[in-house]
Design a protein around this ligand. Structure first.
Ligand SMILES: [Cu+2]
Length: 270
């Protein structure tokens, strides 16, 4: 059974997403059963307790305990969903972060109305940033070029590249208001709150090229959608995500770092 099609969900492209979709399915199943049960009860009550069949009111009402047992069954089912599925899924998200070395790490900084993305470069260390160095065009994240760790860093606007089948840790923050980092196919959604750095991790499982083939659309792209109304330009706060093979990713990061270094050696910073 294809849960994604059944629930009209977007294509699935992350390792943990299948468990989330299954939880969604079980919750919908329980709600479907409850809806049907209540609808049937409603019709039975209308027919059975119609005025013509009961000209005199019966103050004792229903004596059977069936409804209590049903209530208990619903509570048990909800407890199983919460304790058996939701809590373990959430715990795995927030407690078992992958080791820094085995993950791709990026900073994503929301801003009205764009996503600034900061890559640490080959050394894996994010260079220092300073608000005083921010220049909307030349250095949107205020990276301190004098910090040796910043030498191989590079930034992009609205272009997030990640390698496939490798955990990715995104350190989310915001420059102005609350935004929300939404990757529908990865089943990731996390608020970007000014003053906080919120890490979120996931593992992409389908490259952009494979997904384009699956969709039969050459121009298709994964997107970062801002999932929190953040101002007048909220609707256009959209980033593009490319899930690369390991080789494609190494090539892309190499090119970006080289371009940043070149730009950084002059007055301009790209
Ligand atoms: Cu936003």
């Amino acid at each position: 059974m294809d849960i994604q099609k059944l629930l009209f969900l977007p294509e699935l492209a992350s390792a943990h997403g299948g468990d989330l979709d299954r939880l969604m399915f079980y919750i919908h199943l329980l709600m479907g059963v409850l809806f049907l049960g209540w609808a049937i009860y409603f019709v039975i009550a209308l027919v059975k307790f119609r005025a013509s069949a009961h000209p005199v009111a019966n103050p004792d009402g229903v004596q059977s305990h069936a409804s209590s047992y049903l209530e208990v069954a619903v509570v048990v089912a909800e407890a199983v969903l919460l304790l058996g599925f939701s809590v373990p899924l959430w715990a795995a998200r927030v407690d078992s972060f992958p080791a820094d070395k085995s993950a791709t790490r990026v900073r994503v900084v929301g801003q009205q109305f764009a996503w600034n993305i900061h890559y640490p470069g080959a050394d894996g260390v994010f260079g220092k940033t300073d608000v005083k160095l921010i220049d909307a065009q030349a250095n949107p994240l205020g990276i301190d070029k004098n910090d040796p760790a910043a030498a191989d860093d590079f930034t992009t606007v609205n272009q997030l590249h990640l390698p496939v089948n490798r955990p990715a840790i995104v350190y989310l923050s915001s420059m102005d208001v609350i935004h929300s980092f939404g990757l529908q196919e990865m089943r990731v959604k996390q608020d970007a709150v000014p003053g906080l750095v919120t890490p979120v991790w996931f593992e992409p499982t389908v490259t952009s090229d494979d997904m384009k083939k699956r969709k039969g659309d050459d121009k298709w792209s994964y997107e970062i959608s801002c999932a929190q109304l953040c101002g007048l330009g909220h609707y256009r706060m959209r980033g593009y995500v490319t899930i690369d093979t390991a080789e494609q990713y190494a090539k892309w990061t190499g090119e970006q770092a080289a371009a940043a270094k070149e730009a950084g050696s002059g007055d301009e910073w790209q």
